[in-house]
Design a protein around this ligand. Structure first.
Ligand SMILES: [Zn+2]
Length: 223
């Protein structure tokens, strides 16, 4: 081997070593970048805190696991605080049990989303008016405990669409074009939920839907 050939061979070796080093540094750099990046959001519409993950065994239900609550006849075993279901944000997190959360998620997909689509809209947020509360039915003294006291119930007062418009049961339930949307999503909740109440039931439900998962031998109670 001539001197020239030797130096070329050494240069080639050195070049190869440099390439390897660059390659290794690039890989290390990529790994450390991945590690510091925020986790990919399941729902891009939501800007949720990192402690919020999937709960109740469903990727579509976003929330936190909470400690069991026991307060006399009231309480929930393994409750969850739900922030969003299937990409729809809850205006305030709902403290409920997993069966209620899964029923809500099912109704969002089977009824709320398709009915909104039928009127050319996309729901981005639900206005939550109630979830867990240790109280009697309709707040009446001496009455039976409400399903709210077991984490079995939620109250929904309205919806926000992707264009920013907000509709409420109080103002828009009987007005076009929301009348059909509202009555269809209400009908769609009857069955998946065991109790469905709302405008027209009584004065206490004029401004919200009450959905709960109580089961009756006679079938769902929808009034
Ligand atoms: Zn209620």
């Amino acid at each position: 081997m001539s001197i020239f050939q030797t130096s070329v061979a050494q240069m080639w070796k050195r070049n190869n070593m440099m390439k390897k080093l660059i390659y290794i540094f690039t890989i290390v750099g990529l790994i450390s970048t991945c590690g510091s990046r925020e986790p990919t959001r399941v729902d891009p519409v939501l800007d949720l805190d990192n402690s919020i993950g999937s709960v109740c065994g469903m990727a579509s239900i976003r929330g936190t696991n909470e400690s069991s609550i026991s307060n006399g006849g009231c309480g929930i075993n393994n409750p969850v605080k739900v922030y969003a279901v299937s990409g729809i944000k809850l205006s305030s997190p709902a403290l409920i049990n997993c069966e209620t959360a899964r029923t809500l998620d099912g109704w969002v997909n089977s009824s709320l989303k398709p009915q909104a689509k039928a009127i050319g809209r996309t729901v981005t947020e639900m206005n939550m008016m109630g979830a867990y509360a240790c109280r009697t039915r309709n707040h009446r003294a001496g009455a039976k405990l409400s399903e709210h006291s077991k984490g079995n119930a939620i109250d929904i007062g309205g919806f926000t669409f992707a264009d920013g418009e907000t509709v409420t049961l109080l103002n828009d339930y009987y007005s076009s074009p929301y009348k059909s949307f509202m009555s269809n999503i209400r009908a769609g909740a009857c069955g998946p939920f065991g109790t469905v109440l709302g405008p027209g039931t009584d004065s206490l439900h004029a401004n919200h839907f009450h959905f709960d998962i109580a089961r009756y031998s006679m079938g769902a109670y929808c009034k």
